[in-house]
Write a protein that binds this ligand. Structure first.
Ligand SMILES: NC(=O)c1ccc[n+]([C@@H]2O[C@H](COP(=O)([O-])OP(=O)(O)OC[C@H]3O[C@@H](n4cnc5c(N)ncnc54)[C@H](O)[C@@H]3O)[C@@H](O)[C@H]2O)c1
Length: 333
């Protein structure tokens, strides 16, 4: 299946196809110098499959894990590009999960003010969400994604076959982002996730999630308003991730974050679907710590913060609340 992201001169195509890793040379322009960026947890066979289709390439492997989406890795990758005389007509491939995609995309956005970037996501979370939409970033001073750029890839290749090597817990972490999109935007898809077997229908899960994301990004590429809907669960989720990234994966933090500002029947329904996919529903974290992290988070806008909530499955509301009300809400929860 091919999907298009229509963003004027920044438009691009997404290919979702089993085995498409082997077709990289016919899908991407690899007749130039290519830097393949991956991480130490990505099975070597995927890196080799991509590398052997490039004529002139370098491979850089960063250590795996959220803590490596940092300025040191960013600097190191820029040094590699400089040392090897990469020019603006060359390209970078990010081959990995959201960590690799966010970091490699930001390097591509920054080097010579932007060189071509191809994203080949290898986790479910990155196939469902992070590889599309052009948000690139690194973490700094324990603040998630605080330095980054909007920079769209030239193409995204999604090969569901690579998920066969992904650990179960990482797969569940990815489903959390699909639940997030369904909960805010598509109740039929939510029911599908609730009552059908997502693992047997993984291409549908990827495509349905991406359709929601594409529609939002096309209307609001730079998050002036509508795109904030994609942050459902993220205000609290990022705060949890900033404090406990050793204990929880990104999607698990989002799962916990979605429950924070939900109530009544919606909360019960979310708990049911999260439990179905073995996602956490409770975290013991000092509200003061959460509050301080939110203050650092770029989603706090002056004295206010926008909270995304789901009044009914398949719909959402954006509400601005003051920082002091947020504190009261967290402490009295
Ligand atoms: N840019 C965006 O729009 C956006 C959206 C959502 C999340 N994110 C970011 O994405 C990151 C989380 O991404 P993630 O969940 O993909 O985590 P990740 O990139 O850390 O990958 C998880 C782990 O899986 C391993 N792995 C990757 N592919 C594999 C495969 N096919 N087989 C076996 N192991 C494999 C990796 O080595 C890593 O250890 C966070 O930093 C988050 O902020 C960005």
């Amino acid at each position: 299946m091919r999907l298009n992201v229509d963003l004027g001169e920044n438009s691009y195509e997404i290919l979702i196809k089993k085995g498409c890793l082997n077709q990289a040379s016919s899908e991407l322009n690899l007749n130039r110098k290519i830097l393949v960026i991956s991480d130490s947890g990505i099975p070597a066979q995927y890196i080799e499959t991509i590398a052997e289709q490039c004529e002139n390439y370098l491979v850089e492997i960063i250590p795996q894990g959220e803590n490596n989406k940092n300025i040191e890795q960013f600097t190191n990758l820029c040094h590699v590009l400089i040392r090897n005389n990469f020019t603006r007509t060359d390209a970078i491939i990010g081959l990995g999960g959201g960590v690799v995609g966010d970091l490699a995309g930001f390097v591509a956005a920054s080097y010579m003010r932007g060189i071509d970037f191809y994203n080949i996501p290898t986790t479910l979370l990155s196939q469902i969400d992070s590889s599309v939409g052009g948000k690139t970033a690194i973490n700094m001073q324990q603040v998630k994604n605080i330095v980054g750029a909007f920079y769209q890839p030239k193409k995204v290749l999604i090969d569901p076959d690579v998920l066969t090597t992904l650990p179960e817990r990482q797969k569940a972490s990815g489903i959390a982002e699909a639940i997030k999109m369904a909960a805010t935007s598509n109740s039929d898809f939510f029911d599908f996730l609730m009552y059908q077997d997502a693992w047997q229908n993984i291409e549908k899960v990827i495509a349905e999630s991406l359709k929601i994301k594409i529609s939002v990004v096309e209307q609001d590429e730079r998050e002036a308003g509508l795109r904030q809907v994609l942050n459902f669960g993220h205000t609290i989720g990022h705060a949890i991730e900033a404090n406990c990234s050793d204990n929880y994966y990104h999607g698990e933090c989002i799962a916990l974050g979605m429950l924070y500002f939900s109530g009544g029947q919606v909360k019960q329904t979310l708990i049911k679907v999260l439990q179905k996919y073995c996602l956490p529903i409770e975290v013991a974290l000092d509200p003061e710590l959460i509050f301080r992290s939110i203050l650092h988070d770029k989603k706090a806008d002056g004295n206010q913060i926008t909270i995304v909530s789901v009044p009914e499955i398949g719909s959402y509301e954006l509400n601005k609340i003051s920082i002091s009300d947020l504190k009261t809400l967290l402490v009295n929860r």
